[in-house]
Ligand binder design. Structure first.
Ligand code: ATP
Length: 743
């Protein structure tokens, strides 16, 4: 048996023991769960909720143990100094201990695993050699060694062991499945530094296409959840991506790392109750995304707090009352001075107006000879409160509003909009005009959220639970102050803002479920992918979701496709984070072969895009293929595209292909592809579970495929003001082959 064979045997034995340990742990946890469920705890509330908490804990542990089953272990360090009696340290998806509580497998996120990603020949970090284990199911199929200690290289046989970067290249050339996989086994040093970077503040990861930004961001989320378990398991982590297709592409990564408590959302879903997918025309999207919308909404709300222009006559208890506009104005001013949101401050307004109306009515009755004592005053006030006329008067001056109603009114009432926007151009106003029945767009979501903030909740009736809530609030505030001190973020966030995030966390449901349904939920950390696309208004929503301002922001300025997106990180982030943000760059392209990358970068640079050139890790086997349609007709383009896909399937019919076309050509292209490939092909997000996906440039953002066929690249570049960026994105999606179909 050669060295490799005997080493493989050795590793198989170790790995098999680790799996035995995993199976035993799983059986024990199942047993505990069954016991907890069996336990009868009577009707004592405390005991019941404790039992439920344990049951949930065991369920979570079981889910985690199941998820990590494939590739439980993927690495081994050979140490200079033995620790715990062993000079080996195995690295895996979770940490495991044996029955004597000795560590047998180190979680990849633990500090002791750092060297697995960081050690180099010049800085070996106490490591003599690093070994990658490639698994198939529970079997070790291959080992790759990197040796840092030259003494190990002595002798001919040992040379055989050195295979350098085999594991990475194997991962990179592996066929794509339409789902992103975790990269724990092959995280590179520059990526690892970002993943393990401190939780505090905003970390921006800038990098060209395929440099692993998304992968790094997701692994960072998993790392932060591990390293800050206590803080983040209660508040949760939010991951925001550009589209449902993208979220579907990445959704399996965190669960495969044993992390399930993460909320994933598109920008269109951030406002609970609204699922926006429609996009506005570029001019409307830019306008709606700009910070001036916040000011407009604030003016809009204020303009709905308005005293009548003239005296109003109302009838209460058969008594005619003439109400001066000033009375209503005084009540409005009092309420506005509270600084509270519209619906909450309305309580003050109503209270004040009713008090003055009561005085006025009493004075009028007294003048006509009645005697009015305190008890009568109470009755009068109640009569006023329930009177139809008074309700109309008060509602006209200060109507309770929902965010949806406010926004619909704003879009559907041109005269009101014009009144609120004296300095806007006609064209700007026209861009907002819309019928009430039209669905909300993705750009409306931040406006709804902003409006919800300005309007506040409808105050309900006083609730006996309020007092307990108040006590809890006091405790939350104390905790929040302590957390702010610990995190060193004094001045960036107030204890009140932070405590808002603690509120109601005693309710049922997992953190993720509760967080997703609650607009006022504040997360412990937010990951934003494709962040270059975000408008100032979208940033405002995200900052409200995380007042601690702990963010991982990944994107590529050169890939900005939306008209409202950012031009530079500094411009986008400085106003929001002041100096509490830092920039890291990734430069190695792990996805796209060099020959394709070079061409994509050349075209992008010619179009004036501020690209970050990347260094592709491999050259690739296939040159870019160029074909032309028989004519400019959409049908002819569709046929040529279908032909190009067929040609690519001829090279490899087991991988994934994306067909990317402009919105204008999409249906003709999709039809031609469907006619030829039937169920093999699918449109949009649905296509991602099929071998062939037909997508727009925007839908393809962040995704990758074995092969890409671009329908009419010139049209893609001309499709929108940022078309060159769309083309750049589209050209950098393939891991193997690119075909350009000209018309
Ligand atoms: N260290 C690594 N080991 C293995 N695969 C990696 C590594 N880093 C990145 N990859 C792979 O490279 C591909 C590109 O990564 P990712 O999608 O995160 O890039 P990106 O920078 O977000 O790209 P884009 O800007 O184009 O969306 C993915 O398949 C990812 O799994």
């Amino acid at each position: 048996m050669g060295v490799v064979e005997s080493e493989l045997e050795r590793e198989r034995a170790v790995v098999s023991e680790l799996y035995q340990r995993l199976d035993r742990l799983r059986a024990e946890t199942e047993e505990r769960l069954a016991r907890v469920r069996r336990d009868s705890v009577g009707s004592n509330h405390q005991a019941r909720s404790e039992r439920d908490a344990f049951a949930r804990l065991y369920e979570d542990q079981l889910t985690q143990l199941r998820e990590v089953d494939s590739r439980l272990v993927f690495g081994r360090l050979l140490l200079e100094q033995p620790m715990d009696g062993s000079d080996h340290r195995y690295i895996g998806r979770v940490g495991l201990r044996d029955e004597e509580e000795r560590s047998v497998l180190v979680d990849w996120r633990a500090q002791q695993a750092g060297a697995f990603y960081q050690a180099t020949a010049s800085e070996p970090m106490g490591v003599r050699a690093r070994r990658h284990l490639t698994m198939s199911g529970r079997q070790v199929t291959r080992i790759d060694d990197e040796v840092f200690d030259e003494a190990l290289l002595d002798g001919d046989q040992a040379q055989e062991k050195v295979q350098g970067e085999g594991a990475l290249l194997a991962a990179l050339t592996a066929q794509r499945t339409g789902r992103m996989h975790d990269i724990v086994a092959t995280i590179q040093a520059e990526q690892d530094r970002i993943i393990r970077s401190d939780l505090r503040g905003a970390l921006v990861v800038q990098g060209g296409p395929g440099t692993g930004k998304t992968a790094v961001a997701l692994h960072r989320a998993a790392y932060l959840l591990y390293a800050n378990r206590q803080r983040l398991s209660a508040s949760g982590v939010l991951v925001v991506g550009p589209s449902t297709a993208f979220l579907r592409y990445i959704e399996a990564v965190l669960p495969s790392l044993g992390e399930t408590g993460v909320v994933m959302s598109t920008l269109g879903d951030l406002f609970p109750g609204v699922e926006a997918t429609a996009e506005d025309a570029p001019e409307a999207a830019v306008l709606k995304g700009s910070a001036q919308m916040a000011r407009l909404l604030s003016r809009a709300v204020k303009s709905r707090q308005k005293a009548p222009a003239e005296e109003q006559t109302i009838v209460v208890d058969n008594e005619r009352l003439t109400v001066a506009p000033e009375l209503v104005q005084r009540a409005i001013a009092k309420a506005q001075r509270t600084g509270k949101p519209h619906n909450v401050a309305r309580v003050t307004f109503v209270k004040h107006a009713l008090a003055e109306l009561t005085d006025q009515l009493a004075a009028q009755l007294r003048a006509s000879g009645s005697t009015i004592d305190d008890a009568d005053l109470k009755v009068l006030r109640e009569d006023l409160r329930t009177s139809y006329d008074v309700r109309v008067l008060l509602n006209t001056a200060w109507l309770p509003l929902t965010p949806q109603k406010l926004l619909q009114d704003l879009y559907a009432r041109p005269a009101w909009l014009a009144e609120l926007t004296p300095r806007w151009s006609e064209a700007q106003r026209a861009a907002l005009l819309r019928d009430r029945s039209e669905p909300f767009t993705v750009s409306d979501v931040p406006l709804l959220d902003e409006a919800a903030e300005l309007l506040g909740d409808f105050p309900g009736r006083p609730d006996p639970a309020d007092r307990e809530r108040e006590r809890q609030r006091k405790r939350d505030l104390e905790n929040a102050r302590a957390a702010i001190r610990n995190m060193g973020v004094q001045g960036l966030v107030s204890a009140e803002q932070l405590a808002d995030g603690f509120a109601e966390q005693v309710d049922r449901g997992t953190t993720a479920e509760r967080a997703a349904a609650d607009r006022s939920w504040t997360y412990g950390h937010v990951v934003v992918d494709e962040a270059q696309e975000l408008s100032p208004m979208q940033w405002r929503v995200l900052l409200r979701r995380c007042p601690m301002k702990s963010f991982t922001i990944v994107g590529d300025i050169a890939q900005v496709a939306s008209a409202a997106g950012a031009i530079s990180w500094r411009d986008a982030l400085q106003p929001l984070f002041k100096d509490a943000w830092r920039l890291e760059e990734l430069t190695v392209n792990y996805r796209t072969p060099a020959q394709i990358t070079r061409e994509a970068e050349r075209i992008a640079a010619d179009a004036g895009l501020p690209i970050t050139p990347t260094r592709a890790v491999r050259e690739g086997e296939w040159p870019i293929r160029r074909v032309a349609a028989a004519s400019a007709e959409p049908g002819a383009l569709g046929d040529a595209v279908a032909e190009a896909v067929a040609h690519d399937r001829g090279i490899d019919d087991t991988g994934t292909v994306a067909v990317i076309a402009t919105a204008a050509d999409l249906s003709a292209v999709a039809e031609a592809v469907a006619a030829r490939f039937g169920d093999q092909a699918g449109r949009g997000a649905a296509g991602l579970t099929r071998p062939i996906a037909v997508l727009t440039g925007y839908e393809a953002k962040g995704l990758e495929f074995d092969a890409v066929v671009l329908a009419d690249p010139d049209a893609l570049a001309a499709e929108s003001p940022r078309g060159a960026a769309s083309l750049y994105v589209a050209m950098t999606r393939p891991t193997q082959r690119l075909t350009l179909v000209a018309r």
